[in-house]
Structures are given as C-alpha cells and as structure tokens.
Design a protein around this ligand. Structure first.
Ligand code: ZN
Length: 345
C-alpha cells in the first residue's frame, strides 16, 4: 500500500446525555426476535441490569468479564452465537473484551461507558493482556456509543482523574508521531493529529473546572476521550493516541503490574516525555494536580527503581514504534535524572 493509504473507520452514532441509559434499547434498534450479549463486570451487572434489561426488551445474556484477556473474549464470542450484537458496558475491560469479541465474530458492537477513564470508548483498538504483557489489538470502532453522563459522573473520581491522564497523553503522542514522520519517514495525518491534540488541549485549558468532578466535567472528559478515539479511526492507527508515554505505561504494566491505572501511568509518562520533547511539562503536571491525578510514582506505589527500569525498557515494548525514546536512548542514569528533574521520583 502506498504511504498513507488506509481505511478510516468511525462510530456511526453517538448519543450523549444525562439519564439516557434507559434509551439503550431504542438506540440499538433491535430487529424483531433478535437477542443481545452484554459484556460487563459483576458490579455493573448488579447495578444496571434492571434498567438495561427493561430498556432492551429483547432477550439478553449477560457475560461477566473478569479480565481483558483472550479467554474472556472467547467466552463472549461463544455466548454471542446467533445474537444480533454485543454490548460492552463498563469502564475499560468490558468494552475492550466486547469490542474484540464482536470484531472476531463479525457482529455490531455497542459501547456503553460507565466511566471516563480511557479512550477505548470509541477507538478501533482493544487493549488485551496476555502472557504478562498488554497489547493493543486492531478491531473495529463501535457502531454506536451511548454515554449516560449521570452514570459516568457517579463513577469513582480516581477513574475520571485517570481519564485526564489518558487525554493529556495525546500531547506527547502527537509529538512522537511528528517525529516518526520527519526522522523515520512514517505517514503523518495532520487532521487526525490536530483532533487528538485538541482533546489534550481541552483538558489543559479547563483542568481547574474539570477538577470539580461535576456532570459538566464528566461530559467534557467523555467527549474528549471519544474524539481521541475517533482521531485513531481517522489515522487508521493508534499513533495520535499512543506514543512514548504509553510505552512507559506498558513497561510499568509488566514491571509493577496492578499498581497504577492505565491513564494514571500515561499521565505521569506524559510529564516526562513532554520534558524530553521540550514542551511545557510543568503545565502538564499542574493540570494533572488540578484533577488530583498522580504526578509522582510514589502516589501509585511504584518505586524509583521501577520508574527507571520502565523508562529504559519502554522502547522495547514496541520496537517498531518510533518515538522520542528511540532518538534519546535513556540509560539508568539519564532515566533517573529525567524522573528526578520532573518530580516523578
Ligand atoms: Zn491510552
């Protein structure tokens, strides 16, 4: 394929508003006598089963997602044989698992986020773990997204703060993409890059207001995360959403598993990668502080040593992805210096 030739894919419909979960059945537009499979966590099922069940009005089988791995994807696929669609309701795992299961089973996928914690809500990628690592698997974007702001605003604040970290990370992701284009001749899509950068900018401009964690904050965040996912759809790759700061987060996932949330780790990574890129990293840090997102490793229980190792290991998480870390090869000493200078350790 010539450089830059690719297929753009988008969600077809997005409905966003307060108290609209009960409109899910109408939104999905079930054909007569067809059923749905719903992938969600056990808590979400307990909390929302009544309202979702009433709304759908069609036979629905709930599959409880326990982890974002292939075993869960296969379980959802088996349940979905003969179903009309798969609906993923949840924060992260259930949407990732439902999305990949629907892609593999060639079924429409509907995304119903219950928190604004990461950009997988709308993106064509699913983050799946396996053999100790996390990786991003190509799927299709959801055909529909129903975002009930009331549900999202009632999620724990830690999740929203993590969403801010995933949003601000577009700043360095886009810089890395630019660099890959000038230094490694990679395709660069200016429009997708601008859209992703804007998601980060909306957060940076309004971080104080978003820190109020009211329904306006939830709406601003979820719109930003959806736009970022759409930017990935336009780019035909995760480039505008995921750069060196994500590689740092992936490295932490294997070095210090289960400590920080994805968005928290990406936010901390963005502070350091912004410094490497010569961007205003202090602004990134103060915006994250405005929403009480962690800006230091100790806040997520990660040691200084683990940060240094993650910085050194980050490029090997995805060797084909050219980022600032491919250009500035960090060793233990320079990694420690960077983390100290930016207040991460
Ligand atoms: Zn992310």
């Amino acid at each position: 394929m010539p450089l830059g030739a690719h297929t753009m894919e988008f969600p077809r419909r997005i409905r966003i508003g307060e108290g609209i979960l009960g409109e899910l059945g109408d939104f999905v537009e079930f054909p007569l006598e067809r059923s749905a499979v719903i992938a969600s966590g056990a808590n979400v099922q307990e909390r929302l089963e009544d309202v979702v069940g009433r709304s759908i009005g069609a036979p629905a089988e709930w599959v409880v997602v326990t982890s974002s791995d292939i075993e869960n994807v296969e379980r959802v696929m088996r349940a979905a044989e003969g179903a009309y669609c798969i609906i993923g309701i949840g924060g992260g795992k259930s949407v990732d698992v439902g999305k990949l299961a629907a892609f593999r089973a060639s079924l429409p996928f509907f995304s119903v986020p219950t928190s604004a914690s990461h950009d997988g809500i709308a993106s064509p990628f699913a983050s799946i773990s396996g053999s100790g690592t996390h990786h991003s698997e190509r799927a299709k974007p959801p055909v529909g997204i129903l975002a009930d702001i009331e549900v999202i605003a009632s999620a724990p604040r830690r999740l929203e703060a993590a969403g801010c970290g995933d949003l601000v990370s577009k700043l360095t992701a886009v810089k890395d993409w630019e660099l890959a284009s000038t230094e490694a001749g990679e395709y660069y899509g200016g429009y997708a890059a601008s859209l992703a950068r804007m998601s980060a900018q909306v957060f940076l401009d309004a971080s104080k207001r978003i820190g109020a964690f009211d329904s306006d904050s939830a709406r601003a965040l979820v719109e930003g995360l959806i736009s970022a996912g759409v930017a990935a759809g336009i780019a035909g790759s995760s480039r505008p959403c995921s750069g060196s700061e994500h590689l740092f987060s992936h490295a932490l996932d294997s070095i210090a598993p289960g400590k920080g949330l994805h968005g928290e780790q990406c936010g901390i990574g963005t502070i350091m990668m912004a410094a490497l890129h010569g961007l205003d990293w202090e602004r990134v840090r103060s915006a994250l502080k405005d929403v009480r997102a962690p800006t230091a490793a100790a806040e997520i229980g990660v040691s200084d040593e683990e940060v240094k190792r993650a910085l050194v290991d980050a490029p090997s998480m995805r060797p084909e992805r050219y980022t600032i870390l491919s250009k500035v090869r960090l060793d233990r000493a320079s990694a420690g210096e960077l983390a100290k200078r930016t207040g991460v350790i």
